[in-house]
Design a protein around this ligand. Structure first.
Ligand code: ASP
Ligand code: MG
Length: 432
């Protein structure tokens, strides 16, 4: 397949209103002579809205349909401003998509919540990709739409589908090769895939970046660009820190480390499929497309400033054996079997003779299920709502500053990385 194609990913904020969609169309117009695959997220807060629809349906609150109406009204209002002629095909396509969602909601709630979730929430990207395609057509930028589910095959772990790479690569060749000859752009959805039985799966929240990387990998793309509302990759979250710096260039390795520890710039799984094919990744701002942004590639020889990632919603577990035997190889192996089974992300861990301490992302009921599964053999103490601070390329005084006023529950430093699990304690008043 040709190495000419570039992949552009546009996230929800860049598509949240007519003004931003206008910016996206302008960026694409500047690239009209290039072969580009556009991967879009759902518009604005649509995914959160659809999550509420599924929850209402599952709980039987009777509100699912009215919540869905709000989502429909939001999309139609934007569409009417982009494409005033309601006779255009896109109106029928959007209508059909809403009918399909209603069919799902007509059924009784399924036992498997995650399955239901994917059948409903995956529609956000189908809607946005149709609307953006129509906006591009309207701007005289011919664009061919395809269904990402015809390419990305996953297992049937709903809400976190694992990509079946061999089949996905084969399907990409089969489905996309004929489309590459079409004039203009290609457009598809981020976030969604399909099982071998053709049920929709999603790749995990914020997974559209990952989708774009999967397509880039399969198409041997020349580059991938994620268009965001920030200037590029910053060394810390500007909502928390002043004087943050934009990093001009970072290596794949640095990007993987940063995202693994919770820097929210791109989805965790995005970099690896690009790194394996040496495809450069650019993070740019759709608000200032002329700015350089950040380039992520192999062999980057720069000295990095400290890079800080703060992950909230962490659970710190202290695990010891019931019989006070050492937590030895056999125990650790049992614990890891359960960790793998619940697909818990281990952010940091330590062990002493009598205990094993591990910090996980506290998502859904996974931590509770894990604790339940090991409780026959282990005693577990869980500290919830703690934060994980990770600093790459750290300096000692910065670390002290970061934890001031907090209780450090666990700390670990290796060559380039310092990690601290901390808890903010309220000030207590001593009785006088
Ligand atoms: N729309 C999905 C989400 O909000 C996927 C994405 O935006 O990347 O999580
Ligand atoms: Mg999003």
């Amino acid at each position: 397949m040709s190495r000419k194609i570039k992949v552009f990913k546009f996230g929800g904020s860049s598509l949240k209103n007519v003004e931003n969609i206008g910016r996206v169309v302008e960026i694409l117009r500047q690239h009209r002579d290039q072969q580009i695959l556009i991967v879009v997220s759902a518009m604005g807060e649509t995914t959160n809205g659809l999550e509420k629809v599924v929850a209402a349906h599952a709980k039987g609150t009777g509100q699912a349909i009215s919540l869905l109406q709000d989502i429909r009204a939001y999309h139609l209002e934007i569409l009417r401003r982009l494409v005033p002629d309601e006779g255009q095909e896109v109106y029928a396509l959007i209508n059909d998509l809403f009918v399909e969602i209603e069919w799902v909601l007509d059924e009784a709630p399924h036992d498997n919540y995650d399955y239901m979730y994917d059948q409903v929430v995956g529609f956000g990207e189908l809607l946005s990709s149709r609307i953006i395609q129509a906006a591009l057509q309207q701007a005289d930028l011919p664009t061919t739409w395809f269904d990402a589910r015809d390419v990305i095959l996953t297992d049937n772990l709903y809400r976190e589908g694992w990509v079946q790479w061999d089949q996905t690569i084969a399907r990409a060749k089969q489905v996309l090769t004929p489309l590459l000859g079409e004039p203009g752009f290609l457009i598809t959805q981020g976030f969604i895939g399909s099982t071998s039985e053709n049920f929709t799966t999603t790749l995990g929240r914020e997974g559209s970046d990952y989708s774009a990387a999967i397509f880039s990998h399969c198409l041997d793309a020349a580059s991938m660009t994620v268009w965001k509302d920030v200037a590029g990759v910053l060394n810390a979250d500007p909502k928390i820190f002043d004087n943050v710096i934009r990093l001009d260039r970072i290596s794949y390795k640095e990007a993987i480390e940063m995202t693994y520890y919770g820097a929210r710039v791109i989805h965790l799984k995005t970099v690896k499929p690009l790194q394996n094919k040496n495809i450069p990744l650019y993070i740019k701002s759709y608000l200032h497309p002329e700015d350089p942004g950040t380039a992520i590639s192999g062999d980057v020889d720069v000295s990095y400033p400290p890079i800080i990632a703060i992950e909230k919603n962490q659970a710190l577990l202290q695990i010891s054996t019931l019989d006070f035997s050492f937590v030895a190889e056999q125990h650790i192996s049992t614990l890891f079997q359960h960790i793998a089974r619940f697909r818990l992300q281990v952010n940091t861990m330590q062990n002493t003779g009598l205990s094993f301490v591990v910090c996980f992302n506290d998502i859904d009921e996974k931590v509770d299920q894990f604790v339940e599964a090991i409780s026959a053999d282990f005693q577990v103490y869980v500290d919830r709502g703690v934060e994980l601070i990770t600093v790459r390329h750290y300096q000692k005084d910065l670390l002290e500053e970061l934890v001031s006023g907090k209780v450090v529950l666990m700390e670990e430093r290796i060559k380039d990385t310092a990690q601290m699990v901390v808890k903010t304690v309220p000030r207590l008043k001593l009785k006088s």
